[in-house]
Design a protein around this ligand. Structure first.
Ligand SMILES: C[S@@+](CC[C@H](N)C(=O)[O-])C[C@H]1O[C@@H](n2cnc3c(N)ncnc32)[C@H](O)[C@@H]1O
Length: 316
């Protein structure tokens, strides 16, 4: 077997095995294998995560299962109280969004960009909608969502592009949520046209999105990487200007950047050493989470904002 293929199991085996030779040689070998392990696992995962949107969400889903033994929502945390875990803070964001649209009871709810389905399932289980549909462009996420939905007939998941919404009939939705997904859409105006098409007259939409503070371009290398990751952040003016070109009326706009930044408070406690037998796996996840948190917090302080837009489709 090549050292490039070393896995966690092999690593534990090598750790236990004593090779013939001096203590010094054994120590050198051990350091060598540790470095290969770090390269194969920590660095490879980190580079792959930043390689495409699909890789990114697969890594996040994998991390959730490794750390929490289950899938969590895929959005940023929202602060309410001290010492809350990530799961609670993500639910806080969902609850905050739901509180802006009124009751979901007996309503047809659509979540656009539903990720692994956890948020749609949470809405379905706790707010008694008549039906909940989740759509996402990522096939892996939709397969996870279908596995997690547990046979509920009034909960559907489909692969679909937010800019087309092929699976959703005209005038069929009472409440549409799009939470932390629209920054991925290159043609956001097409998405807003679809929101207008699928909503019933007087239907409600809520878009929670990560916005850019300015529309200044960055250095070409970063712009290329952003295209690869499908990052197309709009500014507030781009949003409000585009709403004016549709039959959608904005009724509420809210900047929740500071609650989201505070949501990362205590994130050092989200992963605990005692959850892992393997020290390197623990280190790898700590580093992965640290990089995610630091990047998000720095960007939210300097370049991005987190806004919620709530509105209705005109009923003429
Ligand atoms: C940050 S996750 C948010 C998931 C979910 N809304 C939540 O809050 O947990 C963003 C999701 O948007 C999806 N997405 C990206 N581009 C899309 C598109 N054009 N149409 C539909 N979904 C898209 C991604 O696949 C990903 O699952």
């Amino acid at each position: 077997m090549s050292v490039d293929q070393l896995t966690c199991k092999d690593f534990n085996f090598i750790k236990k095995k004593r090779f013939a030779g001096s203590v010094f040689l054994n120590s050198l070998r051990s350091i060598y294998f540790k470095l290969i392990y770090i390269r194969n696992h920590m660095l490879k995962d980190l580079f792959e995560t930043g390689g495409s949107t699909n890789n990114y969400y697969q890594s996040i889903n994998k991390t959730y299962v490794n750390v929490f033994d289950k899938y969590l929502m895929l959005h940023y945390p929202f602060f309410k109280e001290k010492n809350e875990g990530l799961e609670k803070r993500q639910v806080n964001l969902t609850d905050h969004c739901i509180s802006k649209v009124g009751s979901l009871q007996n309503k047809k709810v659509l979540e656009v960009g539903c990720g692994n389905g956890t948020q749609s399932i949470y809405m379905y289980n706790n707010f008694e909608p008549e039906k909940t549909i989740g759509v996402d462009i990522n096939q892996n996420n939709i397969e996870l969502a279908k596995n997690l939905k547990n046979g509920h007939e009034k909960l559907e998941f489909h692969v679909d592009d937010a800019q087309k919404l092929d699976k959703i009939p005209d005038n069929s939705i009472d409440i549409l949520f799009c939470i932390e997904s629209a920054f991925h859409y290159p043609h956001k105006k097409s998405f807003l046209d679809q929101v207008e098409r699928v909503l019933k007259p007087s239907g409600i939409f809520l878009i929670a999105d990560i916005l850019s503070r300015t529309n200044k371009k960055r250095i070409p290398l970063i712009e290329r990487w952003k295209r690869k990751m499908s990052f197309h952040h709009w500014t507030e003016n781009q949003y409000t200007g585009s709403f004016r070109q549709t039959e959608l009326s904005l009724v509420h706009k809210e900047d929740i950047t500071s609650e989201v930044i505070k949501g990362y408070m205590d994130s050092g406690n989200w992963i605990k050493r005692k959850q892992f037998n393997n020290y390197f796996k623990y280190l790898m996840l700590k580093l992965f989470v640290f990089i995610q948190v630091a990047t998000n917090v720095i960007l939210l302080h300097n370049r991005r904002r987190y806004l919620i837009f709530v509105g209705t489709k005109n009923s003429n």
